[in-house]
Design a protein around this ligand. Structure first.
Ligand code: AMP
Length: 111
């Protein structure tokens, strides 16, 4: 069964798009945890960071730099997070990076 992000990639579910190319997509998180909260995903179906290959990582790296520029986050900075599995708190089983910014983010013990 397709994850919700696969449905977004296929256009079956709408999203607020930031940037897209042939391999990657960036869109606003539906439940933002910061003034700017964007999800960056590969179009290739990869479950999580542990399953990520070098080619896709390279594509995501270049794309993420473009998203950061598009959102004007370079100067003030940002945070990039990927959750993996149960302990990581991953809810959607399609690799995604959370790009958070737009304010000075807190850094607290999470458990
Ligand atoms: P994670 O817990 O790391 O798997 O993060 C999944 C993220 O996907 C959460 O921050 C959700 O708010 C977000 N999310 C779930 N469904 C949608 C959707 N349809 N559009 C945008 N973001 C979504």
């Amino acid at each position: 069964m397709s994850s919700i992000f696969k449905k977004i990639i296929d256009g079956e579910i709408s999203c607020k798009k930031v940037l897209e190319n042939e391999k990657c997509l960036a869109f606003y998180d539906i439940n933002p945890q910061a003034p700017i909260h964007v999800l960056i995903i590969p179009k290739k179906e990869i479950k999580d960071f542990s399953s990520l290959d070098c080619q896709t990582m390279s594509e995501l790296l270049e794309f993420t730099h473009q998203v950061v520029k598009t959102l004007g986050l370079e100067e003030k900075g940002y945070r990039l997070i990927t959750n993996v599995g149960e302990n990581g708190g991953q809810e959607v089983p399609h690799l995604h990076f959370h790009l958070l910014g737009g304010a000075k983010l807190k850094w607290e013990r999470l458990a």
